[in-house]
Design a protein. Structure first.
Length: 561
């Protein structure tokens, strides 16, 4: 059991909450890199040396204002990253299923480090494009596998809390990138190569640290069961949940659930290729095609709530409010800090109110904020055109306040759920590949909006916010009708939740209750510890788990004697 796991693995020295916290810190380090990498390019694109070296514009003398002469090239350098994340997602899903979650994280870290080294040494736009592509591949691999590893290790009662806390580090990465580049902009007037090369190189530091510590982390017990390494899986589960008393019985019950569901999925013999997953061909009652569509569109819709538009149009709103360029930068940085702290709300609410209600209240709040930001922006622009600067500043300040409101609500709701849901709902046999489809949706949605937003705002101005407002409200019936609740359900219960032939949530819930009653051997691990004894008295796998636990420890005692 434990002696099959490397001696340096921290599962030997830590257990229960301490082990989970260590795991969460390491996963958060990966998500920090993801956020930093995203936030970094905003400052890089304003660096004088970078603009001139890449050949898509120049910086006006005196004003230090960038003038872009080739926006297609500038946008292309940014957008090619999302092609890389798409490729990386597919690669990471395949690698993670075949070689394990830990090795896949190390593999993705190596790719991302190589891409970062290429970027910070780029000498022309061709070099930079290739570097961004390589870096994107590494990011895609990590995004595909890290949430899966985390959700497969943490208890089902606190999955949301753990993933939400990891996304606090994601926005912390955005904050670090923004303020680092803001500070560097004052060195040599922001004209030196150091202004953009150092921020790119900085991301190598957390990547090297991640590559070093990941080998100390426990492998996912669910992946270990999948590949037949059951003794190791049982040992790690006992370290994660506890190996004494009720904790040990609960861990054994969870282990039996995982083993039974894995056996059923293997007996079904369903196709596991990406193509088969997308079409749902041969998936039977697992309905993987439906799950793939749900996670792809949840990620795409996340971008259409308007977070990408805020990034593009916020500086215009701040200028309308009467703030000069430097003050606008300070306000944007402050907005990012509010954004980071808002994610802490999700840490405390996601497991209490569920995924669906988190998306509901987020969509309502974001939609209202978008409507009001658009209205006050138009009033401010009209006042500016009329020469009433004082009134324009007041309207601009009102619009800016709703930018803060939108960002705060997004961080507390829609930021996390579209990343958590794909890591929860797929069968064990294809969980990493399933989460990869979520990253594909994010890559498509983000890349699409990155290119489309400047065009939309150039044509429609602040009216673009109305489109985002309507998009927010449209998500409410969508989530209500076709996205079943995953909160407080084990990963093994998801196959029962999606067994219905109908897409409608009410049919899924009805079928789930029926199958759960018929197959208690698949859901005993879902019982919460305080009620576990009463569930044992009802029969089912809990009693089997207790017998297995007693038999296993009796055998170990005899071996010692």
């Amino acid at each position: 059991m434990g002696n099959q796991i490397k001696t340096w693995n921290i599962a030997h020295s830590l257990q229960k909450r301490k082990l989970l916290i260590a795991l969460n810190i390491v996963a958060g380090l990966s998500i920090f890199f993801f956020g930093y990498d995203q936030g970094m390019m905003g400052g890089v694109n304003n660096a004088k040396h970078y603009i001139e070296l890449m050949g898509f514009g120049y910086v006006e003398d005196g004003t230090n204002k960038p003038v872009i002469t080739n926006s297609l090239l500038q946008g292309g350098i940014v957008a090619v990253y999302y092609i890389g994340t798409l490729i990386g997602a597919f690669s990471g899903g395949w690698f993670g299923e075949k070689y394990g979650r830990i090795k896949c994280i190390a593999f993705g870290t190596g790719w991302a480090t190589f891409g970062a080294a290429l970027q910070c040494s780029a000498q022309n736009h061709i070099w930079m494009i290739i570097s961004r592509l390589v870096n994107g591949v590494g990011t895609g691999i990590l995004c595909a596998i890290v949430p899966v590893w985390a959700t497969e290790c943490v208890p089902h009662t606190s999955r949301g809390q753990f993933i939400a806390s990891e996304f606090t580090t994601n926005i912390f990465g955005v904050v670090v990138a923004y303020w680092l580049e803001f500070g560097l902009s004052f060195i040599d007037g922001g004209a030196s190569a150091f202004r953009w090369r150092f921020p790119i190189a900085f991301q190598i530091i957390p990547l090297i640290f991640l590559f070093t510590v990941i080998w100390w982390m426990p492998e996912s017990p669910r992946w270990l069961v999948k590949v037949g390494r059951e003794d190791e899986a049982r040992f790690i589960l006992e370290r994660l949940r506890g190996n004494e008393g009720a904790d040990a019985i609960q861990a054994e019950a969870e282990f039996q659930d995982i083993r039974n569901v894995s056996a059923l999925e293997k007996q079904a013999g369903n196709k596991t290729s990406y193509r088969a997953m997308l079409t749902g061909a041969g998936s039977g009652d697992l309905h993987t095609g439906r799950r793939v569509q749900l996670v792809i569109w949840l990620q795409i819709v996340q971008e259409w709530t308007g977070i990408a538009g805020i990034t593009v149009f916020a500086p215009t709103i701040f200028r309308t409010a009467g703030f000069d360029t430097e003050k606008s930068q300070w306000i944007s940085g402050l907005n990012n800090i509010f954004y980071m702290f808002s994610t802490l709300i999700c840490v405390f609410t996601l497991d209490r109110i569920g995924r669906r209600w988190t998306l509901y209240w987020g969509a309502i709040g974001q939609g209202i904020a978008m409507f009001l930001a658009a209205a006050f922006s138009r009033l401010g622009l009209n006042a500016t055109a009329a020469g009433n600067i004082g009134q324009a500043n007041h309207y601009g300040a009102a619009a800016a306040s709703f930018i803060f409101v939108f960002t705060f609500i997004f961080g507390a709701t829609w930021l996390t759920v579209p990343w958590l849901y794909p890591a929860e709902i797929f069968p064990l046999e294809v969980r990493a590949k399933g989460n990869a489809w979520g990253v594909v949706g994010w890559s498509v949605g983000n890349g699409w909006l990155t290119l489309l937003c400047p065009v939309m705002f150039a044509s429609l101005g602040e009216k673009t916010f109305y489109i985002f407002a309507v998009s927010n409200l449209a998500t409410i019936p969508m989530v209500w009708a076709i996205y079943p609740e995953s909160n407080q359900r084990t990963l093994e219960e998801m196959d029962l939740l999606f067994a219905s032939k109908s897409w409608w949530v009410w049919d899924c819930e009805k079928e789930f209750k029926r199958l759960k009653a018929q197959h208690p051997e698949l859901v005993s691990g879902a019982q919460h510890d305080p009620n576990f004894k009463s569930d044992m008295e009802k029969g089912g796998l809990a009693r089997i788990a207790t017998a297995n636990y007693d038999e296993k420890h009796e055998l170990e005692r005899k071996q010692v004697e």
